[in-house]
Design a protein around this ligand. Structure first.
Ligand SMILES: C[S@@+](CC[C@H](N)C(=O)[O-])C[C@H]1O[C@@H](n2cnc3c(N)ncnc32)[C@H](O)[C@@H]1O
Length: 323
């Protein structure tokens, strides 16, 4: 394929995408989408305002809005024909007041998969900037409890600011390395969680439209080291989950090492059952064979979200239950 884009992917990365998407047309679509402007989407913060009221308030901006999912009226897409000025969505008074959160639709899927309920105790182990924490708090109507953790002071400050802006009151923020957090919790507090969200640090291959430079700095060693870190985070978190509790593992990347390989590792080493689940956007099955490795046959229950399937970021999700 002839490429005349501003950012061209590294050959090695291109070869891998070819293996992930073997159909040539499909792969071409993928690359085409990676070089288009990302679509803007917002999530109404139902802790502060209803979707109808929000729609009314922001009608003055003349954004062409669409609510693509009947069962999730809080999710809005700002259609591409809208003439948006740079940064416009983040500068409105409604955004400053926390009436809506700017979030890609694919990033809204992990909370939908986890389905937090009002009386749940939830661990969000890598939580900053809080897109999913604020979404879960809204789904829980500020009831129950979320423990939202992140690694650094800067990241937890951003998380705190977003929680405050969105009027979240059911969340406790902690600052610890994820593995260390789990060790301390297991030793000192011991309480088990009903649900755990592991939205782990990853290589971000799914967000090429927002940061196309990633294509040029892509590096297999980095991916392999992230995969090791992800396995360590999962191994530390699983003992904190209740029997019959639910764990959602998610990344915004496409590499098998950071996705199916990590899920396969969890299924092999822990008492977890992978479950099939429904999401309101187009997904594809998890990949069961990769470079000579054959994963658990239920890996197909993992969900791959490709940018060209939904005009969204790329994402990966798996839902597991403790036996
Ligand atoms: C994919 S982002 C999380 C996004 C977040 N869940 C959201 O929806 O807004 C991964 C997060 O992991 C954090 N992180 C990186 N290394 C970590 C570690 N060792 N322990 C805990 N958090 C870590 C990063 O600071 C980053 O905020």
């Amino acid at each position: 394929m002839e490429k005349t884009y501003k950012y061209n992917p590294k050959k090695e990365f291109e070869e891998r995408i070819k293996k992930i998407l073997p159909d040539e047309k499909d792969m071409e679509e993928f690359w085409k989408f990676c070089h288009t402007e990302p679509i803007n989407s917002i999530r109404c913060n139902t802790l502060k305002i209803s979707p109808e009221k929000l729609k009314e308030k922001i009608s003055k901006y003349c954004w062409k809005l669409k609510q693509p999912f009947k069962e999730y009226p809080e999710i809005f897409i700002i259609e591409k024909e809208t003439d948006l000025k740079p940064g416009e969505i983040g500068k409105t008074i409604e955004h400053i007041l926390g009436y809506y959160y700017v979030q890609d639709i694919s990033s809204m899927m992990p909370p939908i998969a986890l389905s937090p309920q009002k009386d749940d105790i939830i661990l969000d182990l890598c939580a900053s900037p809080g897109s999913k924490t604020t979404q879960m708090a809204a789904m829980m109507k500020n009831k129950g409890t979320i423990i939202a953790n992140d690694l650094t002071v800067n990241r937890t400050m951003i998380l705190n600011a977003n929680l405050e802006k969105c009027g979240v009151t059911n969340t406790i923020v902690t600052r610890k390395d994820a593995v260390r957090f789990c060790q301390i919790w297991n030793k000192k507090i011991k309480k088990k969680f009903d649900k755990i969200l592991l939205d782990v640090p990853c290589s971000g291959e799914g967000t090429l439209r927002k940061s196309p430079h990633t294509m040029e700095i892509w590096n297999l060693n980095f991916i392999k080291s992230l995969s090791q870190q992800q396995k360590k985070i999962c191994s530390a978190a699983i003992p904190l989950l209740k029997k019959d509790g639910v764990l959602v593992y998610s990344t915004c990347t496409l590499s098998i090492e950071e996705n199916e390989e990590v899920v396969d590792f969890m299924l092999k080493n822990f008492n977890l059952e992978i479950e099939d689940f429904f999401l309101p956007i187009k997904t594809r099955e998890g990949i069961s064979n990769w470079e000579g490795k054959k994963f658990n046959e239920k890996i197909k229950f993992c969900k791959r979200i490709y940018p060209h399937d939904n005009d969204s970021d790329g994402f990966f999700l798996a839902k597991m239950r403790k036996k």
